[in-house]
Design a protein around this ligand. Structure first.
Ligand code: KIV
Ligand code: ZN
Length: 522
Protein backbone atom coordinates (compact mmCIF):
# COMPACT_ATOMS: atom_id res chain seq x y z
CA UNK A 1 0.00 0.00 0.00
CA UNK A 2 1.31 3.43 -0.91
CA UNK A 3 1.18 5.13 2.48
CA UNK A 4 2.28 8.54 1.28
CA UNK A 5 -0.61 9.70 -0.89
CA UNK A 6 -3.33 7.09 -0.67
CA UNK A 7 -6.73 7.82 -2.12
CA UNK A 8 -9.77 7.33 0.14
CA UNK A 9 -13.10 6.81 -1.58
CA UNK A 10 -15.97 8.93 -0.23
CA UNK A 11 -19.30 7.10 -0.15
CA UNK A 12 -22.15 9.44 0.71
CA UNK A 13 -25.32 7.94 2.17
CA UNK A 14 -27.24 11.14 2.99
CA UNK A 15 -30.04 10.05 0.68
CA UNK A 16 -30.32 6.58 2.24
CA UNK A 17 -29.02 6.32 5.82
CA UNK A 18 -29.43 10.08 6.36
CA UNK A 19 -32.95 10.15 5.03
CA UNK A 20 -33.86 7.29 7.38
CA UNK A 21 -33.66 9.77 10.24
CA UNK A 22 -37.27 10.23 11.46
CA UNK A 23 -38.73 13.33 9.80
CA UNK A 24 -35.88 13.82 7.34
CA UNK A 25 -37.91 12.60 4.37
CA UNK A 26 -37.03 14.51 1.20
CA UNK A 27 -39.13 15.01 -1.89
CA UNK A 28 -38.15 13.48 -5.22
CA UNK A 29 -36.89 16.80 -6.60
CA UNK A 30 -34.93 17.54 -3.44
CA UNK A 31 -33.19 14.15 -3.68
CA UNK A 32 -32.24 14.80 -7.29
CA UNK A 33 -30.93 18.23 -6.38
CA UNK A 34 -28.78 16.90 -3.51
CA UNK A 35 -27.46 14.06 -5.70
CA UNK A 36 -26.45 16.64 -8.32
CA UNK A 37 -24.59 18.65 -5.70
CA UNK A 38 -22.82 15.55 -4.34
CA UNK A 39 -21.76 14.56 -7.84
CA UNK A 40 -20.47 18.04 -8.58
CA UNK A 41 -18.45 18.24 -5.38
CA UNK A 42 -16.60 15.05 -6.28
CA UNK A 43 -18.17 12.42 -4.04
CA UNK A 44 -17.15 9.03 -5.48
CA UNK A 45 -20.22 6.96 -4.63
CA UNK A 46 -23.77 8.11 -3.88
CA UNK A 47 -26.03 5.70 -2.04
CA UNK A 48 -29.24 7.07 -3.52
CA UNK A 49 -31.82 5.06 -1.58
CA UNK A 50 -33.39 1.74 -0.75
CA UNK A 51 -35.38 0.84 -3.89
CA UNK A 52 -37.61 -1.85 -2.36
CA UNK A 53 -38.73 0.49 0.45
CA UNK A 54 -41.32 2.35 -1.61
CA UNK A 55 -42.23 3.35 -5.13
CA UNK A 56 -40.87 6.82 -4.33
CA UNK A 57 -37.49 5.44 -3.23
CA UNK A 58 -37.28 3.32 -6.37
CA UNK A 59 -38.04 6.24 -8.66
CA UNK A 60 -35.55 8.49 -6.90
CA UNK A 61 -32.72 5.94 -7.23
CA UNK A 62 -33.60 5.26 -10.88
CA UNK A 63 -33.73 8.97 -11.79
CA UNK A 64 -30.52 9.78 -9.91
CA UNK A 65 -28.86 6.86 -11.73
CA UNK A 66 -30.02 8.30 -15.03
CA UNK A 67 -28.87 11.87 -14.54
CA UNK A 68 -25.67 11.55 -12.51
CA UNK A 69 -22.56 12.09 -14.58
CA UNK A 70 -19.53 11.03 -12.56
CA UNK A 71 -20.34 9.20 -9.34
CA UNK A 72 -21.07 5.51 -8.88
CA UNK A 73 -24.76 5.14 -8.01
CA UNK A 74 -25.56 2.60 -5.36
CA UNK A 75 -28.82 1.22 -3.97
CA UNK A 76 -29.42 -0.79 -0.81
CA UNK A 77 -30.95 -4.28 -0.71
CA UNK A 78 -31.56 -6.79 2.06
CA UNK A 79 -30.34 -10.37 1.75
CA UNK A 80 -33.08 -11.66 -0.54
CA UNK A 81 -33.48 -11.94 -4.31
CA UNK A 82 -36.53 -9.67 -4.48
CA UNK A 83 -34.71 -6.74 -2.85
CA UNK A 84 -31.62 -7.31 -4.97
CA UNK A 85 -33.58 -7.53 -8.24
CA UNK A 86 -35.50 -4.34 -7.42
CA UNK A 87 -32.27 -2.57 -6.53
CA UNK A 88 -30.69 -3.62 -9.81
CA UNK A 89 -33.77 -2.41 -11.73
CA UNK A 90 -33.14 1.06 -10.27
CA UNK A 91 -29.33 1.35 -10.38
CA UNK A 92 -28.79 -0.29 -13.75
CA UNK A 93 -29.66 3.07 -15.36
CA UNK A 94 -26.34 4.43 -14.10
CA UNK A 95 -23.15 4.26 -16.10
CA UNK A 96 -21.50 3.05 -12.92
CA UNK A 97 -24.03 1.03 -10.89
CA UNK A 98 -23.43 -0.68 -7.55
CA UNK A 99 -25.64 -3.03 -5.51
CA UNK A 100 -25.16 -2.88 -1.75
CA UNK A 101 -26.59 -5.87 0.05
CA UNK A 102 -26.45 -6.55 3.78
CA UNK A 103 -27.48 -8.87 6.60
CA UNK A 104 -27.15 -8.56 10.38
CA UNK A 105 -24.41 -10.96 11.54
CA UNK A 106 -24.11 -10.31 15.29
CA UNK A 107 -25.79 -12.76 17.70
CA UNK A 108 -28.61 -10.27 18.33
CA UNK A 109 -29.22 -9.71 14.63
CA UNK A 110 -28.93 -13.40 13.72
CA UNK A 111 -31.75 -14.10 16.14
CA UNK A 112 -34.22 -11.90 14.22
CA UNK A 113 -34.54 -14.12 11.11
CA UNK A 114 -33.76 -17.04 13.42
CA UNK A 115 -30.95 -18.50 11.33
CA UNK A 116 -28.11 -20.70 12.50
CA UNK A 117 -24.59 -19.55 11.68
CA UNK A 118 -24.42 -22.10 8.84
CA UNK A 119 -27.79 -21.11 7.42
CA UNK A 120 -26.81 -17.45 7.42
CA UNK A 121 -23.48 -18.24 5.75
CA UNK A 122 -25.36 -20.11 3.02
CA UNK A 123 -27.76 -17.17 2.58
CA UNK A 124 -24.83 -14.76 2.20
CA UNK A 125 -23.26 -16.98 -0.47
CA UNK A 126 -26.56 -17.20 -2.42
CA UNK A 127 -27.48 -13.52 -2.28
CA UNK A 128 -24.04 -12.09 -3.03
CA UNK A 129 -23.64 -14.55 -5.94
CA UNK A 130 -27.06 -13.52 -7.23
CA UNK A 131 -26.15 -9.83 -7.02
CA UNK A 132 -22.82 -10.43 -8.73
CA UNK A 133 -24.57 -12.15 -11.64
CA UNK A 134 -26.43 -8.89 -12.21
CA UNK A 135 -23.72 -6.31 -11.57
CA UNK A 136 -19.90 -6.17 -11.47
CA UNK A 137 -19.76 -3.78 -8.55
CA UNK A 138 -21.04 -5.36 -5.34
CA UNK A 139 -20.81 -4.07 -1.81
CA UNK A 140 -21.63 -6.39 1.06
CA UNK A 141 -22.16 -5.40 4.71
CA UNK A 142 -22.34 -7.56 7.82
CA UNK A 143 -24.65 -5.27 9.79
CA UNK A 144 -23.61 -4.83 13.43
CA UNK A 145 -20.13 -6.07 12.48
CA UNK A 146 -18.55 -4.49 15.55
CA UNK A 147 -20.60 -6.80 17.80
CA UNK A 148 -20.11 -9.92 15.68
CA UNK A 149 -17.79 -12.72 16.89
CA UNK A 150 -14.43 -12.30 15.11
CA UNK A 151 -14.22 -15.87 13.85
CA UNK A 152 -17.70 -15.69 12.38
CA UNK A 153 -17.03 -12.25 10.89
CA UNK A 154 -13.91 -13.58 9.14
CA UNK A 155 -15.86 -16.56 7.88
CA UNK A 156 -18.73 -14.55 6.36
CA UNK A 157 -16.46 -11.86 4.89
CA UNK A 158 -14.50 -14.61 3.14
CA UNK A 159 -17.74 -16.12 1.78
CA UNK A 160 -18.88 -12.71 0.47
CA UNK A 161 -15.52 -12.11 -1.23
CA UNK A 162 -15.59 -15.56 -2.84
CA UNK A 163 -19.17 -14.94 -4.02
CA UNK A 164 -18.04 -11.78 -5.81
CA UNK A 165 -18.24 -8.81 -3.44
CA UNK A 166 -15.83 -6.07 -4.49
CA UNK A 167 -16.24 -3.86 -1.42
CA UNK A 168 -16.70 -5.15 2.13
CA UNK A 169 -18.24 -2.59 4.44
CA UNK A 170 -17.77 -2.96 8.18
CA UNK A 171 -20.65 -1.14 9.91
CA UNK A 172 -20.66 0.02 13.48
CA UNK A 173 -24.43 0.01 13.29
CA UNK A 174 -25.12 1.06 16.88
CA UNK A 175 -22.17 3.44 17.35
CA UNK A 176 -20.54 1.15 19.90
CA UNK A 177 -16.91 0.93 18.87
CA UNK A 178 -13.97 3.20 19.76
CA UNK A 179 -11.03 4.31 17.56
CA UNK A 180 -8.47 1.70 18.60
CA UNK A 181 -10.98 -1.13 18.32
CA UNK A 182 -12.20 0.19 14.96
CA UNK A 183 -8.63 0.07 13.61
CA UNK A 184 -7.92 -3.36 15.13
CA UNK A 185 -11.01 -4.82 13.50
CA UNK A 186 -9.98 -3.73 10.01
CA UNK A 187 -6.41 -4.90 10.61
CA UNK A 188 -7.63 -8.27 11.88
CA UNK A 189 -9.82 -8.78 8.79
CA UNK A 190 -7.02 -7.79 6.43
CA UNK A 191 -4.65 -10.23 8.09
CA UNK A 192 -6.95 -13.18 8.51
CA UNK A 193 -9.36 -13.24 5.55
CA UNK A 194 -8.13 -14.91 2.35
CA UNK A 195 -8.73 -12.59 -0.60
CA UNK A 196 -8.79 -9.44 1.57
CA UNK A 197 -6.12 -7.84 -0.63
CA UNK A 198 -8.38 -8.07 -3.65
CA UNK A 199 -11.20 -5.94 -2.27
CA UNK A 200 -11.74 -2.54 -0.65
CA UNK A 201 -12.68 -2.34 3.01
CA UNK A 202 -15.17 0.37 3.92
CA UNK A 203 -15.98 1.86 7.30
CA UNK A 204 -19.53 2.90 8.24
CA UNK A 205 -19.82 4.46 11.68
CA UNK A 206 -22.75 5.74 13.68
CA UNK A 207 -22.26 8.48 16.22
CA UNK A 208 -24.03 7.26 19.36
CA UNK A 209 -20.96 7.90 21.52
CA UNK A 210 -19.77 10.89 19.47
CA UNK A 211 -16.87 8.90 17.99
CA UNK A 212 -18.08 8.26 14.43
CA UNK A 213 -15.54 10.47 12.68
CA UNK A 214 -12.65 9.33 14.89
CA UNK A 215 -13.64 5.67 14.33
CA UNK A 216 -13.78 6.15 10.57
CA UNK A 217 -10.36 7.81 10.45
CA UNK A 218 -8.85 5.11 12.66
CA UNK A 219 -10.22 2.47 10.26
CA UNK A 220 -8.56 4.29 7.37
CA UNK A 221 -5.26 4.26 9.21
CA UNK A 222 -5.64 0.50 9.49
CA UNK A 223 -6.25 0.06 5.77
CA UNK A 224 -9.92 0.84 5.05
CA UNK A 225 -10.13 2.84 1.82
CA UNK A 226 -13.80 3.81 1.71
CA UNK A 227 -15.48 6.08 4.24
CA UNK A 228 -19.26 6.05 4.45
CA UNK A 229 -20.69 9.32 5.62
CA UNK A 230 -23.51 11.85 5.34
CA UNK A 231 -23.71 15.61 4.98
CA UNK A 232 -24.01 17.24 8.42
CA UNK A 233 -23.75 13.72 9.89
CA UNK A 234 -27.47 13.34 9.18
CA UNK A 235 -28.88 10.00 10.30
CA UNK A 236 -30.92 8.07 12.81
CA UNK A 237 -30.31 8.70 16.52
CA UNK A 238 -27.00 10.61 16.83
CA UNK A 239 -26.34 10.28 13.10
CA UNK A 240 -23.42 9.10 11.00
CA UNK A 241 -19.84 10.11 10.32
CA UNK A 242 -20.08 13.63 8.87
CA UNK A 243 -18.65 14.00 5.36
CA UNK A 244 -17.38 17.50 6.03
CA UNK A 245 -15.52 16.36 9.14
CA UNK A 246 -13.61 13.49 7.54
CA UNK A 247 -12.83 15.40 4.38
CA UNK A 248 -11.56 18.46 6.25
CA UNK A 249 -9.67 16.34 8.80
CA UNK A 250 -7.84 14.58 5.97
CA UNK A 251 -7.10 17.92 4.34
CA UNK A 252 -5.94 19.80 7.45
CA UNK A 253 -4.00 16.91 9.02
CA UNK A 254 -2.52 15.45 5.86
CA UNK A 255 0.81 15.43 7.69
CA UNK A 256 -0.29 12.63 10.01
CA UNK A 257 -3.06 11.16 7.83
CA UNK A 258 -1.54 11.07 4.33
CA UNK A 259 -4.72 10.17 2.45
CA UNK A 260 -6.53 12.24 -0.10
CA UNK A 261 -10.12 12.44 -1.31
CA UNK A 262 -11.55 13.80 -4.55
CA UNK A 263 -13.96 16.16 -2.77
CA UNK A 264 -13.92 19.88 -3.59
CA UNK A 265 -14.15 21.28 -0.06
CA UNK A 266 -15.29 24.72 -1.23
CA UNK A 267 -18.71 23.18 -1.96
CA UNK A 268 -19.18 21.99 1.62
CA UNK A 269 -21.03 24.96 3.11
CA UNK A 270 -23.49 25.18 0.30
CA UNK A 271 -24.54 21.54 0.41
CA UNK A 272 -24.60 21.59 4.21
CA UNK A 273 -27.15 24.42 4.17
CA UNK A 274 -29.23 22.78 1.47
CA UNK A 275 -29.35 19.43 3.30
CA UNK A 276 -30.34 21.24 6.50
CA UNK A 277 -33.17 22.96 4.66
CA UNK A 278 -34.58 19.98 2.82
CA UNK A 279 -34.24 17.52 5.72
CA UNK A 280 -35.54 19.97 8.31
CA UNK A 281 -32.55 19.17 10.56
CA UNK A 282 -30.81 22.44 11.28
CA UNK A 283 -27.09 22.26 12.00
CA UNK A 284 -26.19 22.87 15.62
CA UNK A 285 -24.30 26.16 16.07
CA UNK A 286 -21.14 24.56 17.45
CA UNK A 287 -20.96 21.68 14.94
CA UNK A 288 -17.46 21.11 13.58
CA UNK A 289 -16.73 22.65 10.16
CA UNK A 290 -20.29 23.65 9.19
CA UNK A 291 -21.77 25.08 12.42
CA UNK A 292 -22.54 28.79 12.49
CA UNK A 293 -19.91 29.29 15.19
CA UNK A 294 -17.21 27.18 13.54
CA UNK A 295 -15.46 30.33 12.30
CA UNK A 296 -16.90 32.87 14.76
CA UNK A 297 -14.54 34.34 17.30
CA UNK A 298 -16.45 36.22 19.95
CA UNK A 299 -14.25 36.38 22.99
CA UNK A 300 -11.93 39.39 23.32
CA UNK A 301 -8.75 37.33 23.49
CA UNK A 302 -9.69 35.35 20.39
CA UNK A 303 -10.63 38.45 18.42
CA UNK A 304 -7.37 40.12 19.25
CA UNK A 305 -5.40 37.02 18.29
CA UNK A 306 -7.38 36.66 15.07
CA UNK A 307 -6.62 40.21 14.02
CA UNK A 308 -2.90 39.67 14.59
CA UNK A 309 -2.86 36.37 12.68
CA UNK A 310 -5.92 34.29 11.75
CA UNK A 311 -3.91 31.09 12.20
CA UNK A 312 -3.74 31.79 15.95
CA UNK A 313 -7.22 30.37 16.35
CA UNK A 314 -8.21 29.00 12.95
CA UNK A 315 -6.91 25.74 11.55
CA UNK A 316 -8.82 26.18 8.30
CA UNK A 317 -9.94 29.25 6.41
CA UNK A 318 -13.62 30.06 5.86
CA UNK A 319 -12.94 30.07 2.10
CA UNK A 320 -11.75 26.43 2.32
CA UNK A 321 -15.33 25.31 3.02
CA UNK A 322 -16.92 27.84 0.68
CA UNK A 323 -17.79 30.59 3.13
CA UNK A 324 -17.38 34.00 1.62
CA UNK A 325 -14.55 35.91 3.27
CA UNK A 326 -16.45 39.19 3.19
CA UNK A 327 -19.70 39.93 4.96
CA UNK A 328 -20.98 42.80 2.87
CA UNK A 329 -24.18 44.03 4.51
CA UNK A 330 -27.09 44.64 2.14
CA UNK A 331 -29.82 47.22 2.63
CA UNK A 332 -32.90 48.64 0.99
CA UNK A 333 -30.83 50.63 -1.50
CA UNK A 334 -28.96 47.58 -2.76
CA UNK A 335 -29.84 46.78 -6.35
CA UNK A 336 -30.49 43.61 -8.25
CA UNK A 337 -26.89 43.25 -9.48
CA UNK A 338 -25.54 43.53 -5.94
CA UNK A 339 -28.03 40.93 -4.75
CA UNK A 340 -27.07 38.58 -7.57
CA UNK A 341 -23.36 38.99 -6.74
CA UNK A 342 -23.97 38.46 -3.04
CA UNK A 343 -26.07 35.34 -3.62
CA UNK A 344 -23.38 34.02 -5.96
CA UNK A 345 -20.84 34.45 -3.13
CA UNK A 346 -23.15 32.51 -0.86
CA UNK A 347 -23.32 29.68 -3.39
CA UNK A 348 -26.69 30.44 -5.03
CA UNK A 349 -26.66 31.02 -8.79
CA UNK A 350 -30.12 32.14 -9.84
CA UNK A 351 -31.75 32.43 -13.25
CA UNK A 352 -33.39 35.75 -14.16
CA UNK A 353 -36.91 34.69 -13.13
CA UNK A 354 -35.79 33.28 -9.81
CA UNK A 355 -33.76 36.41 -9.12
CA UNK A 356 -36.82 38.55 -9.83
CA UNK A 357 -38.83 36.66 -7.22
CA UNK A 358 -36.05 36.68 -4.64
CA UNK A 359 -35.43 40.40 -5.24
CA UNK A 360 -39.06 41.20 -4.33
CA UNK A 361 -38.70 39.21 -1.12
CA UNK A 362 -35.37 40.88 -0.39
CA UNK A 363 -36.91 44.37 -0.79
CA UNK A 364 -39.76 43.45 1.56
CA UNK A 365 -37.25 42.24 4.12
CA UNK A 366 -34.98 45.27 3.69
CA UNK A 367 -37.99 47.54 4.32
CA UNK A 368 -38.51 45.85 7.67
CA UNK A 369 -34.87 45.41 8.63
CA UNK A 370 -32.16 48.06 8.52
CA UNK A 371 -29.35 45.68 7.56
CA UNK A 372 -29.68 42.40 5.72
CA UNK A 373 -26.86 40.00 6.64
CA UNK A 374 -25.68 36.84 4.89
CA UNK A 375 -27.71 34.68 7.25
CA UNK A 376 -30.84 36.72 6.46
CA UNK A 377 -30.33 36.00 2.78
CA UNK A 378 -29.79 32.31 3.44
CA UNK A 379 -33.07 32.24 5.42
CA UNK A 380 -34.76 34.07 2.57
CA UNK A 381 -33.51 31.55 0.03
CA UNK A 382 -34.80 28.77 2.26
CA UNK A 383 -38.23 30.41 2.33
CA UNK A 384 -38.30 30.71 -1.46
CA UNK A 385 -37.31 27.03 -1.88
CA UNK A 386 -39.81 25.74 0.69
CA UNK A 387 -42.78 27.53 -0.80
CA UNK A 388 -42.14 26.31 -4.31
CA UNK A 389 -41.79 22.73 -3.09
CA UNK A 390 -45.03 22.33 -1.13
CA UNK A 391 -47.92 24.59 -1.60
CA UNK A 392 -51.12 22.80 -0.61
CA UNK A 393 -51.68 25.42 2.07
CA UNK A 394 -50.18 28.82 2.62
CA UNK A 395 -50.62 31.62 5.12
CA UNK A 396 -52.26 34.63 3.47
CA UNK A 397 -52.96 36.88 6.44
CA UNK A 398 -52.36 36.75 10.17
CA UNK A 399 -53.16 39.20 12.95
CA UNK A 400 -52.70 38.30 16.60
CA UNK A 401 -53.66 40.05 19.78
CA UNK A 402 -51.30 39.26 22.61
CA UNK A 403 -50.17 40.74 25.90
CA UNK A 404 -50.88 40.40 29.59
CA UNK A 405 -54.64 40.09 29.13
CA UNK A 406 -55.67 36.46 28.29
CA UNK A 407 -56.94 34.88 26.14
CA UNK A 408 -54.72 35.76 23.22
CA UNK A 409 -56.37 35.52 19.81
CA UNK A 410 -55.51 35.10 16.14
CA UNK A 411 -57.33 36.03 12.92
CA UNK A 412 -56.01 33.88 10.10
CA UNK A 413 -56.57 33.54 6.38
CA UNK A 414 -55.22 30.25 5.07
CA UNK A 415 -55.29 29.35 1.41
CA UNK A 416 -56.01 25.63 0.95
CA UNK A 417 -55.55 24.37 -2.61
CA UNK A 418 -56.25 27.87 -3.91
CA UNK A 419 -59.33 28.61 -1.76
CA UNK A 420 -59.06 31.18 1.04
CA UNK A 421 -60.49 30.30 4.47
CA UNK A 422 -60.76 32.80 7.31
CA UNK A 423 -61.14 31.98 11.03
CA UNK A 424 -60.58 33.51 14.45
CA UNK A 425 -59.31 31.43 17.37
CA UNK A 426 -58.02 31.98 20.87
CA UNK A 427 -55.36 30.16 22.84
CA UNK A 428 -52.82 30.17 25.59
CA UNK A 429 -50.49 32.70 24.00
CA UNK A 430 -50.26 33.98 20.41
CA UNK A 431 -48.61 30.87 18.96
CA UNK A 432 -51.18 28.55 20.53
CA UNK A 433 -54.00 30.79 19.23
CA UNK A 434 -52.46 30.72 15.74
CA UNK A 435 -52.02 26.93 15.72
CA UNK A 436 -55.65 26.56 16.92
CA UNK A 437 -56.76 28.71 14.00
CA UNK A 438 -54.84 26.49 11.56
CA UNK A 439 -56.45 23.41 13.16
CA UNK A 440 -59.93 24.85 12.70
CA UNK A 441 -59.34 25.18 8.98
CA UNK A 442 -57.37 21.94 8.59
CA UNK A 443 -58.45 19.53 11.36
CA UNK A 444 -55.90 16.82 12.09
CA UNK A 445 -54.60 14.62 14.91
CA UNK A 446 -50.89 15.21 14.42
CA UNK A 447 -49.03 15.74 17.69
CA UNK A 448 -46.64 18.65 18.07
CA UNK A 449 -43.29 17.04 18.93
CA UNK A 450 -41.00 20.04 18.64
CA UNK A 451 -41.36 23.79 18.54
CA UNK A 452 -38.09 25.72 18.38
CA UNK A 453 -37.20 29.35 17.72
CA UNK A 454 -33.75 30.63 16.66
CA UNK A 455 -32.75 34.20 15.95
CA UNK A 456 -31.08 34.30 12.51
CA UNK A 457 -28.99 37.39 13.34
CA UNK A 458 -28.76 39.82 16.23
CA UNK A 459 -30.93 42.73 17.25
CA UNK A 460 -34.61 43.20 18.00
CA UNK A 461 -35.39 43.35 14.27
CA UNK A 462 -33.69 39.99 13.66
CA UNK A 463 -35.52 37.33 11.69
CA UNK A 464 -36.62 34.30 13.67
CA UNK A 465 -36.34 30.80 12.23
CA UNK A 466 -38.99 28.52 13.66
CA UNK A 467 -38.84 24.71 13.40
CA UNK A 468 -41.90 22.55 13.98
CA UNK A 469 -42.02 18.75 14.13
CA UNK A 470 -45.30 16.83 13.94
CA UNK A 471 -46.14 13.15 14.33
CA UNK A 472 -49.17 11.35 12.92
CA UNK A 473 -49.50 7.54 13.00
CA UNK A 474 -45.74 7.08 13.24
CA UNK A 475 -45.03 9.50 10.41
CA UNK A 476 -42.77 12.36 11.45
CA UNK A 477 -42.52 15.56 9.45
CA UNK A 478 -40.64 18.82 9.92
CA UNK A 479 -41.47 22.36 8.83
CA UNK A 480 -39.44 25.52 8.99
CA UNK A 481 -39.87 29.17 8.26
CA UNK A 482 -38.24 32.54 8.91
CA UNK A 483 -39.71 35.99 9.38
CA UNK A 484 -38.99 39.13 11.39
CA UNK A 485 -42.30 38.33 13.14
CA UNK A 486 -41.90 35.22 15.29
CA UNK A 487 -45.62 34.37 15.24
CA UNK A 488 -45.78 34.64 11.44
CA UNK A 489 -42.70 32.39 11.19
CA UNK A 490 -44.44 29.94 13.58
CA UNK A 491 -47.63 29.87 11.51
CA UNK A 492 -45.68 29.31 8.30
CA UNK A 493 -43.49 26.58 9.87
CA UNK A 494 -46.59 24.78 11.18
CA UNK A 495 -48.25 24.97 7.77
CA UNK A 496 -45.02 23.80 6.06
CA UNK A 497 -45.00 20.71 8.31
CA UNK A 498 -48.68 20.05 7.52
CA UNK A 499 -47.93 20.36 3.80
CA UNK A 500 -45.27 17.68 4.18
CA UNK A 501 -47.71 15.53 6.10
CA UNK A 502 -50.21 15.75 3.25
CA UNK A 503 -47.50 14.61 0.83
CA UNK A 504 -46.62 11.71 3.13
CA UNK A 505 -50.28 10.70 3.41
CA UNK A 506 -50.60 10.68 -0.36
CA UNK A 507 -47.52 8.55 -0.89
CA UNK A 508 -48.54 5.31 -2.53
CA UNK A 509 -46.90 1.90 -2.29
CA UNK A 510 -45.22 0.39 0.70
CA UNK A 511 -44.04 3.04 3.05
CA UNK A 512 -40.60 2.57 4.55
CA UNK A 513 -42.15 2.50 8.04
CA UNK A 514 -43.69 -0.90 7.20
CA UNK A 515 -40.30 -2.40 6.39
CA UNK A 516 -38.59 -4.06 9.29
CA UNK A 517 -35.07 -2.91 8.69
CA UNK A 518 -33.66 -5.44 11.11
CA UNK A 519 -35.26 -8.38 9.34
CA UNK A 520 -32.70 -8.30 6.61
CA UNK A 521 -34.02 -11.31 4.70
CA UNK A 522 -37.80 -11.08 4.35
O1 KIV B 1 -25.65 1.05 9.97
C1 KIV B 1 -25.74 0.05 9.24
O2 KIV B 1 -25.42 -1.08 9.61
C2 KIV B 1 -26.27 0.26 7.90
C3 KIV B 1 -26.21 -0.93 6.98
C4 KIV B 1 -27.43 -1.05 6.14
C5 KIV B 1 -24.97 -0.85 6.15
O3 KIV B 1 -26.66 1.33 7.53
ZN1 ZN C 1 -25.99 2.93 8.97
Amino acid sequence: MNKTQDRVVIFDTTLRDGEQSPGATMTHDEKLEIAGMLDEMGVDIIEAGFPIASEGDFEAVRDIAEITKKAVICGLARANFKDIDRCWEAVRHSERPRIHTFIGTSPLHRAIPNLTMDEMAERIHETVSHARNLCDNIQWSPMDATRTEHDYLCRVVEIAIKAGATTINIPDTVGYTAPRESADLIRMLRERVPGADEIIFATHCHNDLGMATANALAAVDAGARQIECTINGLGERAGNTALEEVVMALKVRNDIMPYRTGVDTTKIMNISRRVADVSGFQVQFNKAVVGKNAFAHESGIHQDGMLKNPQNFEIMRPEDVGLSATNLVMGKHSGRAALRAKLHDLGYDLGDNQLKDVFVRFKELADRKKEVFDDDLIALMREAGTEVAREHMSVKFLRVICGTQAPQSADLVLSVDGVDHMVSASGDGPVDATFNAVKQIFPHNAQLKLYQVHAVTRGTDAQATVSVRLEEDGRIVNGQSSDTDTVVASAKAYVAALNRLIVRRQKTGTDRKEIDYRDTMQ
